[in-house]
Write a protein that binds this ligand. Sequence first.
Ligand code: SF4
Length: 301
Amino acid sequence: MTVIVPRPDAAIDPDRLVAWYESARRDLPWRRPGVSPWQILVSEIMLQQTPVARVQAVFSDWVRRWPTPSATAAATVADVLRAWGKLGYPRRAKRLHECATVIATEHDDVVPDDVDTLQSLPGIGAYTARAIACFAYGHRVPVVDTNVRRVLARAVRGQADPVPSARDLVDVERLLPKDERASWVSVALMELGATVCTARSPRCGLCPMPNCKWHDAGHPPSPRTAKRAQGYAGTDRQVRGRLLDVLRRSDFPVAKEELDVAWLTDTDQRDRALASLLADGLVEQTTDGRYALSGELTAAE
Ligand code: SF4
C-alpha cells in the first residue's frame, strides 16, 4: 500500500481531515447506512435552499413513504406538495416528482451515477449532479457549495470571505486525493465549513486544516461589506406559501374567497402570487373557478 505523506505546506492533509470527519460529523439521516442513491438525491434537493434542521424531519417521513423513484412517481403532485410542507421553494417538489418519473421510466428506477446524465434530469443542476455522484457513488468529483467555498477561500487563498469564481471547481479538485479518499475529503470539507469554519465564528482551535493561510495571517477582515440577508416577511414567497397552506389543508378545491383571506395586506400581490403558482404548475383551477393543488383534480376523476 502506498503511504501518501502530505507536503509540509499542503493546504489539506486528507487523512487528518477524514479522521476529523469521522469523529466530528453530525448524525444526519441521509448519511446513515442503507440510504440509497435515490434517497441521497432527495436529500440534496431538499437541502438546496433549506437548512439541515428543517430538512431532517421531512426527509425521514418522505423516504419512508416513497423509498424509490417509482414509488415517488406513483404519487400525485398534490401528495408531494403536501409532504413538502414548509420546506419552501415548492417548485423543487414538483421537479423532484418529474425527476422520479424520468428515473423510473428511463433508467430502470436506478439513479444514474455520472454527472452529465444526472444533470440532464429535471431539477438537477451542476452542483446537485456532482453531489450525488460523490456522496451516493463515491466518485472523485469536486463538490463546491457555500461551505466548501469558504474553507477554500480561507485555507488556500487567505481570504476572509469567498468570491465565487470559475476557478473554485478546479482548485477544489486539486485538493482531492487521487484515491478512494476523495469523496470522504469532499464531504469532510463541506462538514468543516458547516460546523467549524463558519461564516461568523470560525473555531480554528478545532480545525484539522494545516497551514490555513487566513488563520496564519491573523484573520484579516474582508475588504467587502457584508450583504444584508434578504428578509422573508412580506415577500411574494411568503404570500405563495400562505396560499399553498390553504390548499394543502383542504381535501377539496377551494373558492377564491378562501384564498383571499390568507393574505389581506396587498390584494395585487396576492393575485400576482396566485398567478405565479398557476404558471408554475403548482396549483390548478377547476372549470367552476375553484383552486386545488396540482394533480388533485386529475386524481379525483
Ligand atoms: S483554521 Fe480557521 S479559518 Fe482556517 S479553515 Fe480552519 S476554521 Fe477555517
